[in-house]
Design a protein around this ligand. Sequence first.
Ligand SMILES: Cc1cc2nc3c(=O)[nH]c(=O)nc-3n(C[C@H](O)[C@H](O)[C@H](O)COP(=O)(O)OP(=O)(O)OC[C@H]3O[C@@H](n4cnc5c(N)ncnc54)[C@H](O)[C@@H]3O)c2cc1C
Length: 385
Amino acid sequence: MHHGIKKLLLLGTGHAHLQVLTRLAQNRPADLDVTVLTPYPHHTLSGMVPGLVAGRYSAEDCQIPLEPLVKAAGARWVQGRCTALDAARQTVVVSPTSKGQAVPSELPYHLLSVDTGAVFDRTRLEADMPGASTHALMVHPVEVFATLWPQVMERAVNRPLSIAVVGAGAAGLELLFAAEQCLRLHGAAGARFTLITGGTEPAADHPRGVQRRVLRRLKALGITVLRDTCVGMDHGVVRLGGGSELACDLPLLAIGTHAPAWLPGSGLALCEAGHVLVNDRQQSTSHPNVFAAGDVATRADAPHPRSGVHALRAGPTLAANLLAAHEGSALKPHHPPKNTLSLLSCGAGHAIASWGPLHAEGAWAWAWKDRMDRTFVAKYTVTVG
Ligand SMILES: Cc1cc2nc3c(=O)[nH]c(=O)nc-3n(C[C@H](O)[C@H](O)[C@H](O)COP(=O)(O)OP(=O)(O)OC[C@H]3O[C@@H](n4cnc5c(N)ncnc54)[C@H](O)[C@@H]3O)c2cc1C
């Protein structure tokens, strides 16, 4: 398709790009120059972060070191983040991860693949929930959240904390159950927990049976559920849409995420919510030399929920299509699965499993999730030496 493609730029090292790098490590065309732009030296597996909060995993258990994987793929790692993209000029503007770090100001590409995941856009967040970007502990980026959680635990051992989790999707619930378990076992007695759902039922995107199981568990643990929206925050206070205020030491923000703020000016076709619009080949509907997968992308033909499982499933097709675009051969379609397995952890040691309308729970479901997550990390951890 595209002859003369010599520079492939991978933005982010999300679930799909881990597979692209693995594929390149097996077989990278000699005339393909690959650069990876990503801010952290590890991929932190978000699905394991609740286990980290619960005290079951160390930070290292949840991390895939990127440098050996990038090296094995014969690629160059630029440690930084994309802050602007110009699809017409085929360049990406780079910001360093830390002050004083030397990075190229721009990276050119012939072929671009975007897998930068979910983000909170602070400007939009402040418009919807003034004070949140100052007062809340945010779950994204998970790499930062994982380094801040130990500071919460330091406070929690000295006095009983009151924690309000904002967002009742899978991530918010898993973090809530994990935090409750950890503070009950290791924190000062008397910690209090509140779930602010945004007005819906907890786990509203799951089948009714899963919602009932979640509610039973929240009740058994004495967690207060407020079916209200959070409309702002101040020091020690969360403001609710119904007009009341909730006093809390720590609001933990796990609401739905945004598209990156650097996409609207890029020239790429975007969906209404601002994510990269792609076809069934994971290829931009406006720019054939741009591909995207994971939470940053929306399939124009078959929109599906944003999840690690979906990001992962798109990986093999994305890898094959990037190589096909380089060779000029035919691209292949990716068919997202209709149902995916959901394993919602309720603290370490217990999880609710669901697949389509089927659901069940127990220690076995946690063991299953634990095994899958550890296998995933091990699979992409390239041992050096
Ligand atoms: C606590 C928690 C638990 C979860 N549990 C599950 C679960 O059990 N199952 C499930 O399916 N989903 C789960 N999810 C959702 C899942 O994490 C996301 O849907 C998934 O990570 C999306 O994968 P991705 O490939 O799009 O991006 P990610 O895996 O998030 O990777 C994005 C990458 O891009 C990098 N990046 C970000 N911004 C830039 C930039 N500007 N420039 C360059 N690089 C950048 C990041 O550092 C990272 O390397 C959970 C989420 C959370 C928060």
